[in-house]
Design a protein around this ligand. Structure first.
Ligand code: UD1
Length: 343
């Protein structure tokens, strides 16, 4: 098939493009090559250097395309509220321009890179009250080392569970709000245009080519960069916060599987995760062991707005996309210990 990959020069996009090409698809990349994220362009096929907000460039790029895989976005938590217009512009206006162009060109199949951040906190149950939405942790809670989410009714510590795709969306950062808006725009577009959307809610992606230590990097790259410099990874809170770290090669495989899923009309979201969650403390220890670097330090520091646990149910992607992550954390970290990162 002819596939347009926006953001195909980025960390995840590069792996997606490679997987699609290896499967025999004819891939064109549209990427801004934003100086904050890129030094080099991917090789091996056409690259259009353009902003996804540029309607004329998008219209040109869509000619003859069967499926769009939309990875282009500003990522991370956002550092400053002054970044709000840039996040909303790149992620939401950009998606709107793309969707309008697709409708006009009659390109009706979309794979959207979404994120687990659309959920906010993960799923929780109270031992007494059952499934429960936790209250947001206050700065006073965090400063006192009360890291676990509590039941709003009785104050008991909540048990974390697996979040599935039907969970309510409660974005809690600017970035998360823009990812949620992307999903809503894509769903409205699918309904209006008769299009098909597979929205892939990536959990914590890591692997070769991950951007190194920047305010926008995920914790795996931050730990890896520290270890490489001979410094101990600094584990925030008590290290017991749970995430699902999924290898970028698996994420690329999920995109390949999702291209086929866009044969069915309508909007459908999928958790893209390893299905084998871990704690941030165990991630740090595993990576320190794999690199032979210094033992992690649990600092008790915390970041405002951080969620405590987000752990996915990978069942829908397995059932409907036939996607199961192949790379376990131990194997992935052995490779990640020496993999090249992006400057
Ligand atoms: C956050 C963002 C997500 C983004 C991801 C990677 C939100 C709500 N979350 O998710 O959009 O994709 O970052 O950029 O917008 N930690 C440490 N030590 C460090 C740094 C982080 O222990 O030096 C901890 C954090 O406190 C957190 C965990 O590691 O508990 C994971 O952090 P991170 O990799 O930033 O990812 P998320 O919080 O899952």
């Amino acid at each position: 098939m002819r596939i347009l990959v926006t953001g195909g020069a980025g960390f995840i996009g590069t792996h997606v493009v490679a997987a699609l090409r290896a499967a025999g698809h004819d891939v064109t990349v549209l990427d801004l090559l934003h100086p904050k994220a890129h030094r080099t362009a991917p090789e091996g096929g056409p690259l259009l250097r353009a902003d996804v907000r540029d309607a004329a460039a998008v219209a040109g790029a869509l000619a003859g395309v069967d499926v769009v895989v939309h990875q282009a976005a500003l990522v991370g938590m956002g550092v400053d509220l002054a970044d709000l217009p840039e996040y909303a512009g790149c992620n939401d206006l950009g998606t709107a321009v793309l969707l309008a162009g697709m409708a006009r060109a009659g390109v009706l199949r979309l794979v959207l890179a979404s994120s687990m951040v659309v959920y906010g906190e993960g799923a929780y149950a109270c031992p007494r009250h059952g499934a429960t939405e936790p209250a947001e942790r206050t700065p006073a809670d965090l400063a006192a080392g009360r890291f676990e989410a509590r039941c709003p009714a009785c104050g008991a510590a909540l048990e974390p569970g697996e979040v599935d795709e039907d969970a309510a969306l409660r974005p809690r950062s600017v970035y998360a709000a823009t990812k949620t808006a992307q999903e809503h725009l894509a769903a409205a577009w699918a309904a209006g245009a008769g299009g098909a959307v597979a929205a892939l809610r990536y959990h914590n992606v890591y692997g070769p080519g991950m951007p190194r230590d920047t305010p926008y990097s995920g914790v795996a790259a931050i730990f890896r960069s520290a270890l490489q410099a001979g410094r101990a990874p600094r584990v925030f809170e008590d290290g017991g916060q749970r995430r699902d770290f999924v290898h970028v090669t698996d994420v690329a495989a999920a995109n390949l599987a999702a291209v086929d899923a866009t044969g069915r009309a309508g909007f459908r979201a999928y958790n893209i995760a390893s299905g084998r969650p871990t704690t941030v403390g165990d991630l740090a220890a595993g990576l320190a062991a794999a690199t032979g670097g210094p033992e992690p330090v649990v600092t008790g520091e915390f970041r405002a707005g951080d969620v405590r646990h987000v752990v996915a149910s990978a069942a829908r992607a397995r059932r409907e996309l036939g996607f199961t992550a192949a790379i376990g954390l131990a194997e992935g970290l052995r490779e990640f210990a020496t993999a090249a990162l992006r400057a």
